[in-house]
Design a protein around this ligand. Structure first.
Ligand code: GLY
Ligand code: MN
Length: 465
């Protein structure tokens, strides 16, 4: 946890951005996996972590916008809790660690809110994403589940997005701590990606690296020789020579700051010529996009620039044809890259996605496109110094998509389907790094993980014993 003043200052900044009323921030509770006391791993709500920092179940915070004062709600551990879970900190101690003014038992939360509602005061809450907290909100505020999304406070969402988007120096340090773990994860995958090993063996070791460092995975590992499936969480394949292994994995520190990197590796340590050709296009696209990062540029513009670099590389390889600017404007390149260039990252790997992607990644000036491909771009708006984001272009050969577009005669002027079909079975290549937007432009976060063809082949072939 950071020092108490960090949370106090954040709540003060929130207060300055909002009018009157109360802000209610619900922490998370344990969620049963297969019976009540066998729970999924606990993950605290990121907004609660940001404003109150406490990483325990069953807490809630209230920020009074009119009278000042921050309240922490929770329950003291019972003797039974202590017997099963060990000694627990008193609520007053937890409140002081969060810099809160007072603490009250959870049972008082409804009373405090009821009283405020009776006085006609506004209760600002964030969109709930867990069933348990939806039920709590219904109980506390009397808002039925279907009405809760619409009832969430847009003013609060926008204020939280504004604060959390620009990382504090201490947050960047925390993200950088996770980068060392990320380096170890990805270089370990490089050492292990040999024919005959199962994906799950590598996945197990990578997750173990996070656990051994006191953190966890930032999201379920994507590690597969079937990299054309963008979020492939299946790890059942045995690696074979000539395949590409796509590893998209991130670490999360004990304070829950994330990393998110992708590397695509030639099983056995050597790229085949065709793999190298596609790899170079993805790499060139990624480097061009990273170098375009600076405050004031829109990420939508950088995405479109990256798409043109990618598409012209594909044209050089005979997979695309025609006028590349026109092809990209119409979305023809999305056959190969049907996703966005990147997203914000912080306490969540897709930072603040619970608040609504359009609030996080777009604004009044930059609107989301509904064209296939760029419609999946999570971040489009102008960049500011202090943003942490990913840049992750990719090229995939997705049989179902190729088949559908060809059947529909889609973009025949821009796509050479006969040549594309010779790549079915190729898989996919994605490269991803994490970047801080600075006043001057950008800074790559973390120790560089081997990325060029030469670096990867060298690393995979050196004596890694
Ligand atoms: N690393 C997974 C994603 O960004 O969607
Ligand atoms: Mn990502």
């Amino acid at each position: 946890m950071f020092e108490p003043h960090v949370y106090k200052t954040r709540r003060e900044k929130l207060r300055q951005r909002l009018g009157g009323g109360l802000v209610l921030i619900l922490g998370n509770v344990d969620v049963p996996m297969n019976y009540k006391s066998n729970t999924y791993r606990f993950r605290q709500d990121s907004n609660f972590l940001y404003f109150f920092g406490l990483d325990q179940q069953g807490l809630a915070g209230i920020i009074d916008l009119d009278q000042g004062g921050d309240l922490l709600f929770g329950n003291e551990a019972s003797l039974d809790d202590i017997i099963w879970m060990g000694p627990q900190e008193a609520l007053t101690v937890r409140a002081s660690r969060a810099g809160a003014d007072r603490s009250l038992p959870s049972a008082k939360l409804k009373e405090v809110l009821k009283e405020a509602l009776a006085k006609g005061r506004r209760i600002h809450y964030l969109p709930p994403y867990r069933a348990e907290n939806k039920l709590v909100l219904e109980e506390l505020l009397g808002i039925s589940l279907p009405e809760q999304q619409a009832g969430a406070s847009t003013a609060l969402i926008k204020a939280v997005v504004a604060l959390r988007s620009v990382k504090e120096a201490a947050e960047i340090l925390e993200i950088e701590k996770a980068m060392d773990v990320a380096y170890q994860m990805h270089t370990t995958a490089m050492k292990m990606a040999r024919p005959g090993i199962y994906e799950r063996e590598i996945a197990g070791v990578l997750e173990g690296i996070d656990l051994a460092h006191g953190g966890k995975l930032a999201f379920p590992l994507i590690l597969s020789v079937r990299g054309e499936t963008l979020h492939n969480h299946d790890h059942g394949n045995k690696l074979e020579n000539g395949q590409l292994l796509l590893v998209d994995g991130g670490a999360e520190t004990s304070m829950h700051y994330a990393t998110d990197h992708t590397r695509t590796l030639p099983v056995g340590g050597g790229f085949e010529p065709r793999q190298r050709d596609i790899y170079e296009v993805v790499l060139n696209t990624q480097l061009e996009a990273i170098h375009a990062i600076k405050p004031g540029s829109t990420f939508k513009g950088i995405h479109l620039h990256a798409a043109e670099v990618l598409a012209s590389g594909l044209k050089d390889l005979g997979l695309m044809k025609g006028d590349i600017a026109e092809a990209v404007a119409l979305g023809a390149h999305a056959l190969f890259m049907p996703h966005g260039l990147g997203h914000l990252m912080g306490l969540d790997v897709h930072d603040m996605e619970d608040l609504g992607e359009d609030y996080v990644g777009y604004d009044e000036e930059v609107r989301r496109s509904d064209t296939f491909g760029i419609a999946s771009l999570r971040l489009g708006r102008r960049l500011q110094s202090g943003f942490v984001l990913t840049v992750e272009p990719g090229i995939y050969f997705i049989p179902a998509l190729i088949g559908k577009w060809e059947q529909e005669d889609k973009f025949r002027d821009f796509i050479d389907y006969d040549r594309v079909k010779t790549f079915v079975g190729f898989g996919g290549i994605r490269l991803e790094d994490d970047i801080l937007v600075t006043d001057e432009g950008f800074r790559m976060l973390g120790k560089p993980i081997p990325k060029t063809v030469e670096e990867i082949e060298k690393f995979m072939n050196q004596d890694n014993a």
